[in-house]
Design a protein around this ligand. Sequence first.
Ligand code: SAM
Length: 271
Amino acid sequence: MTENPRSSWVPQGVDVERPSAARIYDYYLGGGYNFESDRQFARKAIALLPSLPMIAQQNRVFLRRAVRFCVQHGIRQFVDIGSGIPSVGNVHEVAQQINPEARVVYVDNEPVAVAHSRMMLSGDPRTAVVQADVRDPDSILNAPETRALIDFDEPVGLLMVALLHFIPPADEPKAFLAQYRDAIAPGSYLALSHATVEHQPAITEQVRQLYESSQNPMTSRTKAELEVLFDGFDLVAPGIVFTSAWRPESPEEVGDDPERSVIYAAVGRRR
Ligand SMILES: C[S@@+](CC[C@H](N)C(=O)[O-])C[C@H]1O[C@@H](n2cnc3c(N)ncnc32)[C@H](O)[C@@H]1O
């Protein structure tokens, strides 16, 4: 998108000067819903870690595999929190390829992500968009759009893909995850992915520090810290692994060095 920070798709009140995680990620993925501040930030990050666009792509591939896995295991409805700016292969597109009846509520707290999602999905009765913060489960679970599309007596696919590393320990992700867990039926699935500095720490820690200057400071978590977030869920095989190693569809998808994806991925089944 050419530089016009006040073009028609930009909602009022958006801070175009301070990079946002949603728009930086859109740039990594080759999208056009980002501003000069986001692009400058993303170029600095890519200078530190040139594989960032590949890392973002692998994360999207994990998202699509996790959605397919859920639909193949009977899930017909999804709540995708931290859904971001729509990209190639969004959750409803992937799910509806297998089950055309699948329903999806997209949730993000970033106004550009929400505006673009609404623009893209308007008129689609099986999807809805909610602007809300993952730290406020009530505002998501009880939003009229959610209540209209999601039947909480039936299992749900709850997605938090590349989201929780934007939640600092002080905001107690384990506590709010327990609220989501208690609201969803047994047999639901939680799919998440999460950045870590456990591998390539010298470089990834510099990227993490760079995000301090964005609207979304980043927290790294270890595999053990992620396990704790799945309290009340049974991890499905292969457990917590790097994105490219989560149920790859071919050996080429994993590559020689899955640790290079620096993002852990896992899916758990609600007991
Ligand atoms: C890296 S993007 C991931 C997008 C998508 N889930 C994916 O994996 O392709 C992270 C998204 O989380 C959103 N986000 C960050 N903090 C959030 C919060 N507290 N509540 C809701 N969304 C949040 C950002 O706005 C951004 O769109």
